[in-house]
Ligand binder design. Structure first.
Ligand SMILES: Cc1cc2nc3c(=O)[nH]c(=O)nc-3n(C[C@H](O)[C@H](O)[C@H](O)COP(=O)(O)OP(=O)(O)OC[C@H]3O[C@@H](n4cnc5c(N)ncnc54)[C@H](O)[C@@H]3O)c2cc1C
Length: 388
């Protein structure tokens, strides 16, 4: 028996789910809000772990293609003091395939392959338990029904309210992201500082991290503890008492004002690290939100969640990995026992909750240590998690 299955969201979770079902000749409808695959910048690089994201790609039959595209050398990690002293410099062995990096855009294209995604289909609401199944309402006023709706629509999921009242809350840590292009030719000193992978410097309640993507592109993340509305009063919230102007608010759309505020926030840090901010192009404000650790819900027939929609956690290199493995596992279970859909989904949820709960604890504790009043905590964290 073939059920009508829809996955909402074409991110790592939704596309992996759809791709594994597609591989098993099981029909699935992929509904994505973006009007086209390249409608917005795809974001930075992702490291895919051997036992999580890579396992999911194996289930999708895409591991060899991933290995050809990914950057094992991107696993390199250098840690600096705020004065520029190199504290750690981990280089992967040439055969190290534990966590190679891949650009998000490359991963999306790899997963998309032959999938027939319906673009521009923003979902507004999901209503389980109607006579004809689970009702999905769209922003354009249309509606459709399915036997199973899988919410893979990320942090601000529109599917989640059908199963859970939980909403994401602010962690107290904000990222401001900027980028450098053609780093090897335009900023060779910074290219050497960053190396093949990432460089990070940790200070009191703040960090600066730069990650190499493919094609000489670099993403830089200024990470700091601050109230959510820090930009409304820089003096009060960040102690940046540097302006004669009584208006100490910051317009986040004003690139030069954001740059100079960040340079003030990181005042005293070594010049090469500050150059990452000086040469950054645009600045994107990303306050970090999370769902409660061990978020679960009472099972609702016909609806489930995957990835960030189910367990948004701090970005410590595991969210996309979990999202993909969950997508692959649910798809395999559905394809293996299509006559027992509800039982399959219940079992999947139990397994997802247990694993995601463990990672949510680990990443919450990790964020506390990486953006911490005591910068030696960040170093201790890396000493624990990096292979020696
Ligand atoms: C700075 C940063 C760095 C990170 N680095 C890593 C890393 O190295 N490794 C790692 O594993 N994880 C990393 N993560 C976490 C990772 O990005 C997420 O966990 C992952 O993208 C979750 O995948 P997802 O498919 O669940 O959700 P998303 O990637 O958020 O995808 C959701 C999709 O649903 C669509 N959508 C949203 N709303 C609707 C709607 N109403 N209707 C239809 N479609 C909708 C969106 O357009 C999107 O395409 C990082 C996160 C950040 C912020």
């Amino acid at each position: 028996m073939r059920h009508r299955i829809a996955v909402i969201g074409g991110g790592p979770a939704g596309l992996t789910f759809a791709r594994v079902l597609h591989r098993r000749d099981h029909p699935v409808t992929v509904l994505e809000r973006d009007p086209a695959p390249d409608a917005r910048p795809p974001g930075g690089t992702l490291d895919l772990h051997e036992k999580l994201g890579q396992l999911a790609l194996d289930k999708a039959g895409l591991l060899a293609e991933f290995q050809a595209l990914s950057r094992p050398e991107g696993q390199a990690m250098r840690i600096l003091d705020t004065d520029g002293t190199v504290l750690r410099d981990w280089q992967p062995r040439p055969d190290d395939r534990a966590n190679p990096e891949i650009d998000r855009g490359q991963l999306r294209d790899l997963l998309l392959g032959p999938l027939d995604v319906q673009w521009g289909r923003g979902v507004t609401e999901v209503q389980p338990g109607t006579r004809d199944g689970v009702l999905v309402r769209f922003a354009d006023g249309r509606q459709e029904t399915y036997d199973l709706v899988v919410g893979a629509d990320g942090a601000w999921s529109r599917v989640r309210p059908a199963v859970s009242p939980a909403t994401p809350h602010y962690t107290g840590v904000t990222f401001v992201e900027t980028s450098l292009d053609d780093v090897d030719t335009r900023h060779p000193d910074l290219a050497r500082l960053i190396g093949d992978g990432s460089v990070a410097a940790y200070g009191v309640n703040r960090a600066l991290v730069a990650q190499r993507n493919s094609g000489g592109h670099v993403k830089v993340y200024a990470q700091f503890r601050a109230p959510l509305d820090w930009h409304t009063d820089l003096d009060r919230h960040l102690g940046l008492n540097r302006r004669a102007d009584p208006d100490t608010s910051l317009d986040l759309a004003d690139v030069e004002a954001v740059r100079s505020s960040l340079l003030a926030l990181y005042d005293g840090w070594t010049a090469p690290v500050l150059d990452l901010l000086r040469h950054g192009t645009a600045f994107v404000h990303r306050p970090l939100y999370v769902l409660p650790v061990s978020h679960t819900w009472a099972h609702v027939p016909g609806v489930t969640l995957l990835g960030d929609a189910a367990h948004l956690m701090p970005p410590l290199g595991v969210g996309a990995n979990l999202a993909m493995l969950e997508g692959a596992e649910l798809a395999e279970s559905v394809a293996a026992a299509p006559g027992d859909l509800d039982k399959v989904v219940r079992a999947f949820e139990e397994q997802m909750w247990a694993r995601a709960g463990r990672w949510a604890e680990i990443t919450a504790a990790g964020l506390e240590r990486l953006v911490s009043p005591d910068p030696t905590e960040a170093l201790a964290f890396f000493d624990e998690v990096q292979p020696s």
